[in-house]
Design a protein around this ligand. Structure first.
Ligand SMILES: [Zn+2]
Length: 399
């Protein structure tokens, strides 16, 4: 079983599998079978997440404080490593998709200099290293002394490696108000998830590799029992994006990751780091709201309270549900503001007047921050200015 799983991977990523020796590459962890207690913990975590009660969010290890508005953006997270066999490959797959992941590690797995070097390498590539306790205990059932030492040991280790941990995830999402408070006292953001890949179930030998049996995890609809990519996509579509949970200790997860990510991309999803404040503002400590500017979503003029070049901001609405973005009148040129998408002067009334719009850029996630718009090629409104004719890719409602 090991070699049949491993060889396609070696071929795909051009790794020197033959020289490493396939069985020794898996010495640390591979698809450990879930115990009955773990299965129950996973089922209840799923149910807690599905109920999503806001009043329990402060103590929950499952519920992320940001509940919606993801605009099809997904943060990829991987628990229970690091694994010398898998984690580096996971990172390379993410990099090939132009993104980074967050790795919630167990201190007990950081056994050798090799593990430490692996984590430092990930950090250098922009991945985020986070705390997932030392020995993966169920913190909701542990003594206060154990809770402290579970947080502390991994925390010290990550700090010593200069990995600046900011996020903490409870094993199985199992938390109480007391354990969540304890975690926060170290400066961590308690990090749950929105989308459970259930990779541990698909990978488990209980149902055969690649098949998640109903007796193991009851929340996978029957049509997805042997289709992890379909299961992940269906949840991503239901939630509109969010935090996605995987485990990089499973070779099965590694073998399916590229397929899953490609499937999400084909369906319009984009990947962001967990630290993306525009996708997860509450998780990242509600940053002060940036003041409105050209391109800020709005529903009425009072939300566009700024002036530039002598004219006042206004809310330009463009559909029946009153969606819109802040704009300015313009004549050839529009002012730019640092930290926001560059602007462009165009006309939306057939060339009679000009108004400022945002160019499609990284700052607005290629227009996905402006609901109802897409990158559209537009001509400059020259008006009475001396500006030359130009075109740009801007965020406007699709024609
Ligand atoms: Zn875990």
């Amino acid at each position: 079983m090991r070699s049949t799983l491993w060889f396609p991977l070696c071929a795909a990523f051009g790794m020197a599998c033959m020289t490493i020796g396939c069985s020794s590459a898996f010495d640390d962890e591979e698809s450990p079978e879930a115990t009955q207690d773990e299965i129950e913990a996973w089922n209840s975590a799923y149910e807690e997440n599905a109920s999503g009660k806001a009043d329990s969010a402060g103590c929950s290890g499952v519920i992320v404080p940001d509940r919606n508005g993801f605009n099809k953006r997904i943060a990829l997270t991987f628990d229970d490593g690091p694994s010398l066999a898998n984690t580096q490959t996971v990172a390379e797959i993410l990099e090939a998709h132009g993104t980074v992941g967050t790795f919630f590690v167990n201190g007990k797995n950081i056994k050798t200099q090799e593990h430490k070097a692996l984590l430092k390498r990930l950090k250098a590539k922009g991945h985020i290293i986070a705390n997932h306790t030392h020995t993966h205990v169920n913190m909701a059932q542990a003594s206060a002394a154990t809770v402290t030492s579970e947080i502390e040991r991994t925390h010290s280790l990550l700090k010593e490696l200069d990995l600046k941990p900011r996020f903490f995830r409870f094993p199985y999402g199992a938390s109480t108000c007391a354990t969540a408070d304890k975690v926060r006292s170290y400066g961590y953001a308690v990090t749950g998830w929105h989308i459970d890949s259930a990779d541990w179930c698909f990978a488990s030998s209980t149902g055969g590799v690649g098949t998640c049996s109903p007796s193991t995890f009851k929340h996978v609809p029957n049509e997805f029992r042997s289709d992890i990519a379909g299961f992940v996509l269906s949840q991503a579509q239901a939630k509109g994006g969010g935090v996605l949970l995987f485990h990089d200790i499973h070779t099965y997860t590694v073998s399916k990751l590229d397929t899953i990510l490609s499937r999400l991309e084909q369906n319009g999803f984009k990947f962001v780091p967990l630290s993306d404040t525009s996708t997860f503002p509450l998780l990242n400590g509600s940053a002060p709201k940036p003041s409105a500017w050209v391109g800020t979503p709005c529903t009425d003029d009072s939300q566009c309270n700024f002036t530039a070049s002598g004219s006042s901001g206004f809310c330009w609405t463009y559909d029946d549900s009153n969606l819109g973005f802040c704009s300015l009148e313009c004549n050839g040129y529009c002012p730019d503001k640092s930290g926001t998408a560059p602007t462009f002067c165009t006309s939306v009334d057939g060339g009679q007047t000009g108004q400022c719009v945002s160019k499609a850029s990284e700052a607005n996630h290629q227009c996905s921050d402006l609901p109802g718009t897409d990158p559209v090629s537009a001509q400059r409104f020259v008006g009475t200015s001396t500006a030359s004719a130009a075109t740009a890719l801007v965020c406007l409602p699709s024609p």
